[in-house]
Design a protein around this ligand. Structure first.
Ligand code: CAO
Length: 459
C-alpha cells in the first residue's frame, strides 16, 4: 500500500470561503497528477484545483456547495509508487530559481494583473511563498479567466490561456486533447492553423465569407457542363454591386407591399399630355409619383432620414428637411441613380423635365458625380417594364426606398359591384432599425391615398 497524503487547497491568493462548484472525483477514483479534483468559483473567475500527484482517492473531504479557503483538505489520496517520484519532480521543478515555469508564472502575473479579475493573480503566486505556508505545492491552479476572448469556462492552464489570449483565440471553441479534455498548447496551435487555412480559402474565393464565417463560395468548373463565355463586369456594375452588397448585408430590410388606385391620376396625366403642345415635356407617372411622395415624406419624416454616429459614438437619426429624390435608371452599363434636388419646391412639369434630362444623361454616361449625390430618398420604377412586386435594396445611408411595378387594371369592388380600376403596385423596403412595420404600412397607405387623389399632395 502506498503512502496516504492529504491534498489541501493551495494558495489561492486573498480569497476566503470560495464555493466548490464541482467535484470531479469520488472515493476510489484513480487520478493522474494535474487532473482536476474540484472547481471553485468566485464572482469573477473559476479555478480548477489539480491533483498534486497521481494516486487513488481514499476519502473525499469536500462536496459541491462547501466553502473552502487555502489549507482546506480536499481529499486523502494514496500515492502510487511512480507518483512518489513524480511528486518529487514536481517539487524540484517548482523551485523559483529553476525553471521556465517560474518565468511563465511571473509573466502570467503581469498579463493577469492587467485584466479585470483580481482572482487571476492566483496563478502567479511565487511557489516559494506557498511552500513557506506549508501548503502542499501543486502546479498552478488552472484558472479560467473572466475574459470574453479567452473564455471563463474552458479547461486550460495559465500558460495555455496566455498563449490563447496573445493570439485572440476563444478557448470555448476548442476541444482539448489532454486529460479530461484539458486544452493543450498544441490544441490552440492546431485551431489557429485550421482557422488560417479557412480564412485563406475564403478570402481567395469571396473576400467576405471569412468575415461573416460563411461557407466557402462554391467552386464550379462550369465548362465541364457545357460551353461558357467569360464577360467582365462593367465598372458601373462593379461599383453598384459593391454598394448593393454592403447595403443588403448591413441593413435589416423589410419590404411592405401595397397598391394605389391611380385611375384618376392616369386620366389626368393622359389628358395633360394630350392637350400640351407638341414640344412640351411629357408628364410621366414617375413625376407625379415624386410629387405624391413628398406629401408622404412630410407626414412621416423618419422616412427622409439617415442613421449617423455623433462624436461620442452615439447613433442618432438625422432627419432631413430637404427633399432630394434619387431615381434608378437602367442603362446598358448598369444601374445609376441621378438625383432631383428640392422636389418639394418643384411642380410636376419641372420634375418631369428634369427626370427626362437626367435619365438621358445617365444613358449617355454623362452624369456628373454631383448629379448623383445628396439623395434623401430613392424611387426605383420598373413600371415601364413589368412585374407585380419586388424588393428593392435601400440606397445607404437612406432608410427606405420605394419600388414601383407595372400598373394594371383590376376589378375593384365598389358600391356593390366590381369596377375596373388601374392599380399601381408599391414595394417599400425600409430599414427596420429605424422604421417599424406599422409606420411602413401607414406610409404606403398614405402614399396610395395621395396617388388616388392628387389633391392631397397640395395640402
Ligand atoms: N405602370 C404602368 N405603366 C408605366 C409605369 C407603371 N408603373 N411606369 C411607366 N409606365 C409606362 C409609361 O407610362 C410609358 O408608357 P407611355 O409611353 O405609353 O406613356 C412607358 O411605361 C415607359 O415609361 P418609362 O419607363 O420610359 O418612363 P418612366 O418615367 O416611367 O421611367 C425611368 C423612367 C428612368 C425610371 C425608366 O426609364 C427606368 O430606367 N426604369 C428602370 C429603373 C430600374 O432599373 N430600377 C431597378 C432598380 S433595382 O435593380
Amino acid at each position: 500500500m502506498g503512502e496516504l497524503k492529504t491534498v489541501f487547497i493551495p494558495d489561492i491568493g486573498d480569497f476566503e470561503d470560495v464555493p466548490v462548484i464541482e467535484v470531479f472525483i469520488k472515493a476510489g477514483s484513480q487520478v493522474n497528477a494535474e487532473d482536476p479534483l474540484i472547481a471553485l468559483e468566485s464572482d469573477k473567475a473559476t479555478i480548477d484545483i489539480p491533483a498534486p500527484f497521481s494516486g487513488v482517492v481514499k476519502e473525499l473531504k469536500v462536496k459541491s456547495g462547501d466553502k473552502v479557503s487555502e489549507g482546506t483538505a480536499i481529499a486523502i489520496m494514496e500515492v502510487t509508487e511512480s507518483a512518489a517520484e513524480e511528486s518529487k519532480d514536481v517539487e524540484a521543478s517548482n523551485k523559483p530559481d529553476n525553471s521556465e515555469e517560474v518565468i511563465d508564472k511571473e509573466s502570467e502575473k503581469q498579463v493577469q494583473s492587467q485584466s479585470q479579475s483580481a482572482m487571476n493573480t492566483i496563478a502567479a503566486e511565487p511557489v516559494a511563498e506557498a511552500e513557506q505556508k506549508q501548503i502542499p505545492q501543486t502546479d498552478p491552479p488552472i484558472i479560467a479567466v473572466s475574459d470574453e476572448t479567452v473564455s471563463s469556462k474552458a479547461h486550460a492552464g495559465p500558460s495555455v490561456r496566455r498563449f490563447a489570449r496573445e493570439l485572440g483565440v476563444n478557448l470555448d471553441l476548442i476541444t482539448g486533447s489532454g486529460p479530461k479534455q484539458r486544452i493543450l498548447k498544441e490544441d490552440v496551435q492546431a485551431f489557429v492553423k485550421a482557422k488560417l487555412s479557412q480564412v485563406q480559402m475564403d478570402s481567395k474565393n469571396t473576400g467576405m465569407g471569412a468575415v461573416l464565417d460563411l461557407l466557402p463560395w462554391p467552386q464550379v468548373d462550369f465548362a465541364k457542363y457545357g460551353p461558357v463565355e467569360i464577360k467582365s463586369l462593367s465598372r458601373i456594375k462593379q461599383i453598384a454591386g459593391a454598394n448593393l452588397y454592403r447595403n443588403w448585408i448591413m441593413i435589416p430590410h423589410v419590404t411592405q407591399f401595397d397598391e394605389a388606385d391611380i385611375s384618376d391620376l392616369e386620366t389626368l396625366r393622359k389628358e395633360s399630355n394630350a392637350t400640351e403642345k407638341k414640344d412640351a415635356v411629357k408628364l410621366t407617372l414617375l413625376s407625379f409619383l415624386m410629387k405624391a411622395l413628398i406629401a408622404s415624406l412630410k407626414k412621416f419624416p423618419e422616412f427622409n432620414a439617415s442613421l449617423d454616429k455623433d462624436a461620442n459614438g452615439e447613433t442618432n437619426l438625422v432627419v432631413k428637411r430637404y427633399y432630394h429624390i434619387g431615381f434608378a435608371v437602367d442603362t446598358i452599363n448598369g444601374l445609376v441613380v441621378p438625383v432631383i434636388r428640392d422636389v418639394d419646391q418643384k411642380g410636376v412639369v419641372a420634375i418631369a423635365r428634369e427626370l427626362g434630362e437626367l435619365a438621358a444623361l445617365a444613358r449617355e454616361g454623362k452624369l456628373k458625380p454631383t448629379q448623383m449625390q445628396g439623395a434623401s430618398f430613392t424611387i426605383s420604377s420598373l413600371g415601364g417594364i413589368g412585374g407585380t412586386a419586388f424588393t428593392p435594396i435601400i440606397n445607404a445611408p437612406e432608410v427606405a426606398i420605394l419600388g414601383v411595378s407595372k400598373a394594371a387594371y383590376k376589378p375593384v369592388y365598389r358600391e356593390g359591384q366590381f369596377v375596373p380600376r388601374l392599380v399601381l403596385p408599391l414595394s417599400l423596403s425600409y430599414d427596420h432599425r429605424v422604421i417599424d412595420g406599422a409606420a411602413a404600412a401607414r406610409f404606403t397607405s398614405h402614399l396610395a391615398e395621395v396617388l388616388t387623389d392628387m389633391r392631397l399632395a397640395l395640402l
